[in-house]
Write a protein that binds this ligand. Structure first.
Ligand code: FES
Length: 145
């Protein structure tokens, strides 16, 4: 049911953890399954993603897609990082079963939420970026989970 790449990224997820003083942090949730994903981005002065880490409280496909998505945005410019869509992540993982497509959407939204946070902190507008609908970052400082 799952490709070898999905299994690999699920069993050996890359970039698990947090980035202290991250340039942007995005937390998104899926209301249906209740899964939550948080992505941390370290973006340098040239707008290049130097590092990306994630924490996922979710299913195996969510872990695999966050692992792959964080790998894919590293070294990319903000505009290039915006192109790391759920489709691109799924392709890189050699596909996901149809019922798991929404899990990859969470990864795309978490990246967008982290970029949104970065843009807000730097008072800039990132062309083509909209605040993700499932962004639950509001007041995350106080939240513990
Ligand atoms: Fe919810 Fe996969 S089942 S993210």
């Amino acid at each position: 049911m799952y490709s070898e790449k999905v299994m690999d990224h699920f069993q050996n997820p890359r970039n698990v953890g947090e980035i202290e003083n991250a340039s942007g942090v995005g937390t998104v949730g899926n209301a249906k399954c209740g899964d939550i994903m948080r992505i941390f981005l370290d973006i340098d002065d040239n707008g290049v993603v130097q590092d990306a880490k994630f924490k996922t409280f979710g299913c195996g496909a969510a872990v695999a897609t966050s692992s792959m998505a964080t790998e894919m945005v590293k070294g990319k410019t903000i505009q290039e990082a915006l192109q790391v869509t759920n489709k691109a992540v799924m392709e890189a993982l050699d596909g996901l079963p149809p019922v798991k497509v929404h899990c990859s959407l969470l990864a795309e939204e978490a990246i967008h939420a982290a970029l949104w946070d970065y843009a807000e902190k730097h008072h800039i507008v990132i062309e083509g970026l909209q605040k993700p609908k499932n962004d639950i970052s509001e007041g995350e400082e106080e939240e513990e989970y």
